[in-house]
Design a protein around this ligand. Structure first.
Ligand SMILES: Cc1cc2nc3c(=O)[nH]c(=O)nc-3n(C[C@H](O)[C@H](O)[C@H](O)COP(=O)(O)OP(=O)(O)OC[C@H]3O[C@@H](n4cnc5c(N)ncnc54)[C@H](O)[C@@H]3O)c2cc1C
Length: 491
């Protein structure tokens, strides 16, 4: 936290920190409400858009706000106590309002089936929307929102990370940012909105707040490093939902690419994942590489995070190797930024690079990757028996996905746990204000998006983007009101 400087370099009404869907929505809404706005973005223009741009671009839209609240409560389960009825009302109402708002921007909503927890009460409200026909991802929604921001001439300062908030008598009055190596003091006459994402690319924060992930990489933007969490802590913000992450998803991390890449596993059958002791530890497969539900699995009747017994290897045979590329998958940061690595169709280039190890026998392969050979042989022999029987009694993998690993040579590829995004950050109230450790709102400081998301436990796909629009509007509207007569009346 920085005390108010004697000299401001620039000034505006509302500063929005971070240009993804949440920042775009907050900035456009504040501007429409009559405020002068400045969007600060840490990334260079070529890398704009954060996780929003590279996401699958699907939006959870509840067809009915009351049922949406039931579904939310079922997903939050025992992690509901810090979400007030007022906050839940705003979430449900604004989530419902999203469809009309997006149509106003020019979206053509096309529904796709994707109810993540059909067994939970309220799940019949779930609709998942894409912008127009076509595959998930592909930036169609991002381009629509980006065009709306451009049409409104919202000023954006790229390559300009916010580094601290300026506080004067418990009120946020500006931001210190860095632009071209220089510190700039920017005054916010009405308010600051933090929309600078999560901490998925801050390994120290991940180790500190998320149990069981000593090594992790993002599949989204590398620029979300928890800056807003640090800035929030400096001004007394309370934190919530820090341990709730979307992931881990098993992925591959190439040495020279800053983020991990999804695996592409819809083809072939003769592969398994094994942990440090050479045993299987999950049902391998689509869509999240391990299980489903954004990295959560149900064990012994209880939902929890998928365990990651590192190092984890994918073991496969020659038949699987020939089936198709293992690493050329759908939407992620790498794909959106020019396919930084083009995976070979037969996986042989990656064998040549040493990313995939190979040996004539399983015993030799185990020695190459430092696993107990007898344990690996036992695991594969048991899996092959399951494949022959057409049933996987250990982890319940679907019969049609089972294939014996028997055609040498054999292969091993080390996998990395990767995060789609984190949900934690500064606690937010129904007005999208950031709340301090004393329970009161920090004056003129707002947030939206995955920076302190409302999701505390189970997560319905499409919910993050929808929350960006929902709370982006609330934050933008309320920040624009600060200092006005209407704002004073509301306060
Ligand atoms: C591969 C992938 C697929 C996904 N698919 C979906 C999906 O289909 N549906 C869904 O709902 N969710 C999805 N998610 C999650 C969702 O995309 C994100 O949670 C959401 O887009 C976050 O939006 P945001 O605006 O809060 O943050 P972001 O879009 O990440 O934007 C944050 C911005 O803040 C910037 N920033 C960071 N620090 C600073 C700083 N100090 N100063 C200034 N700027 C800063 C970053 O550079 C970034 O541009 C996906 C995520 C990934 C990675």
């Amino acid at each position: 936290m920085t005390p108010a400087p004697l000299h401001w370099d620039e000034e505006t009404d509302v500063i929005v920190v971070g240009y993804g869907y949440a920042g775009a929505t907050a900035a456009m809404t504040a501007q429409e409400a009559g405020a002068q706005v400045l969007l600060l973005e840490k990334a260079p223009e070529a890398h704009k858009g954060g996780n929003s741009r590279v996401s699958a671009n699907i939006v959870f839209w509840p067809a009915d706000a009351e049922t949406a609240k039931v579904y939310f409560r079922s997903m939050a389960g025992p992690y509901m106590d810090d979400i007030s009825d007022e906050l839940l009302d705003v979430w449900a109402t604004e989530m419902f309002a999203n469809k009309a708002w997006l149509e106003g921007l020019g979206m053509t909503p096309v529904e796709m089936p994707y109810v993540e927890f059909p067994e939970l009460a309220g799940s019949d409200c779930v609709r998942v929307l894409l912008n127009g026909e076509g595959p998930v991802g592909g930036e169609r929604l991002w381009r629509l929102v980006e065009a709306a921001v451009e049409a409104r001439h919202v000023p954006i300062s790229y390559d300009t990370p916010a580094v601290s908030l300026v506080m004067e008598e418990r009120r946020i009055v500006g931001v210190i940012a860095e632009r071209r190596g220089k510190r700039v003091a920017i005054r916010a006459r009405r308010g600051v909105v933090l929309t600078c994402g999560g901490f998925e690319n801050n390994p120290a924060m991940i180790r500190n707040y998320v149990d069981g992930l000593p090594r992790v990489h993002p599949v989204g933007t590398p620029y979300n490093t928890g800056d807003g969490i640090r800035m929030g802590l400096e001004v007394g913000a309370d934190l919530w939902h820090m341990s709730n992450v979307s992931g881990p998803i098993l992925s591959f991390k190439a040495p020279d690419i800053p983020v991990a890449q999804w695996l592409n596993l819809p083809h072939g059958q003769s592969f398994v994942f094994v942990g440090a002791d050479g045993s299987r530890f999950t049902m391998e497969g689509e869509p999240c590489s391990v299980g489903d539900a954004h990295g959560k699995v149900k064990r012994h009747g209880h939902w929890g995070r998928q365990a990651m017994p590192l190092p984890i290897h994918m073991i496969f045979d020659e038949t699987y190797r020939k089936h198709g590329p293992i690493g050329k998958a759908g939407a992620d940061w790498d794909v959106s930024h020019g396919n930084l690595y083009d995976w070979s169709d037969d996986n042989l280039r990656e064998v040549g690079k040493g990313w995939i190890k190979t040996a004539g026998t399983l015993r030799q392969l185990a020695k190459l990757i430092d696993l107990p050979p007898a344990a690996l042989e036992h695991t594969i022999s048991r899996f092959n028996e399951s494949a022959r029987n057409g049933a996987d009694p250990d982890w319940g993998r679907k019969p049609q996905t089972l294939g014996a690993i028997e055609a040498g040579p054999f292969y091993a590829m080390e996998l990395t746990p990767a995060l789609v995004n984190t949900q934690g950050g500064p606690r937010r109230n129904a007005q999208a204000q950031i709340v301090g450790t004393d329970g009161s709102a920090i004056d003129r400081l707002f947030s939206a998006g995955e920076h302190g998301s409302i999701y505390s436990f189970l997560y319905q796909g499409g919910g993050n983007i929808a929350e960006c629009f929902a709370f982006g509007r609330v934050a933008g509207r309320n920040a624009a009101l600060c200092g006005s007569a209407a704002g004073a009346a509301r306060a």
